[in-house]
Design a protein around this ligand. Sequence first.
Ligand code: ADE
Ligand code: ZN
Length: 330
Amino acid sequence: QFLGFLATRVPKTELHLHIEGTLEPELAFQLAKKHDLHGLLSKYQYSVERIQESYQFEDLQSFLDLYYDFMQVLQDSEDFFRLTLTYLERARSQNICHVEIFFDGPFHVKRGIALSTVIDGIRAALEYGETHWRFTWRLIMCLQRELSPTDALQCVRELAPFRPWLHGIGLDGAEFPNPPDRFSAAFELARSMGLRCVAHAGEEGPPEYIRMALDSLQVERIDHGVQVTKDPTLLELLRATQIPLTVCPLSNLRLHVVDSLSEHPLRQLLDDGLCVTLNSDDPAYFGGYLNENFTVMIRENGLRCAHVAALLQNSFVASFLDTDECQRYL
Ligand code: ADE
Ligand code: ZN
């Protein structure tokens, strides 16, 4: 209990958070009303509770179907601003001091929302957080694995005007049947633009996808990566290289990647000496923000003081903060 108290009160970073995954049912409802989305509202009987009840999933794909459906409530810069500021208020209350935020740029463009609308709104909120609450931040655009390799490449080409506010490129969406090596050209271009590279891999998909993300995409961090436990050679590689994994236990539980949090590999990965961080992924959908992930894993995964200390330290080590900025916190 004391450990939980401590973990929730000390400064930390969040490195794996989809801003669209912070859409709480109340905000979804308000924005749906604002934009007169009666199709969506009637599907949930004009009730926030019905929306809340729909947040139940069988696997990654069933989650993505709902998550993409609710994105229709995000239409103008003000919506993205509100969404992001609401998350930052929550992050601040949880003593998160640095955030690296994912957004699904290509998906928004596909549904007719300009990239400038998305980025302007998110950025305005991040700048507000920086000025008023002293947040540091990085913005990472994820390519959706549902994209064709050609479309993904084109998306990266179109990033040039936004380069000053973007720090990196990521890869998310349906893991099957879309292995990471489909996107090697897009990541190569992103790297040549000076963008840092991360990718979701080994969430549901096999350890082989983690290897591909490392070899073909040359990513610096793996998002999730929990399937590494099935491949001892890869586990040893990740230990030796200290390539970070951004692990999200409540997400893994809700998407049935694990049957229970007591069986979650987090503690074992820490004991094996991997650079693991704790994160919330899509907290509005998975029943908890970062502090809830800490408290539940201390309780159910048997984390001890040394595990929690490693997670907190790794949250800075694995971040894209430069050394000077890290000094401010460590
Ligand atoms: N998009 C949002 N959350 C995701 C996750 N956990 N895996 C893949 N794509 C996602
Ligand atoms: Zn994710």
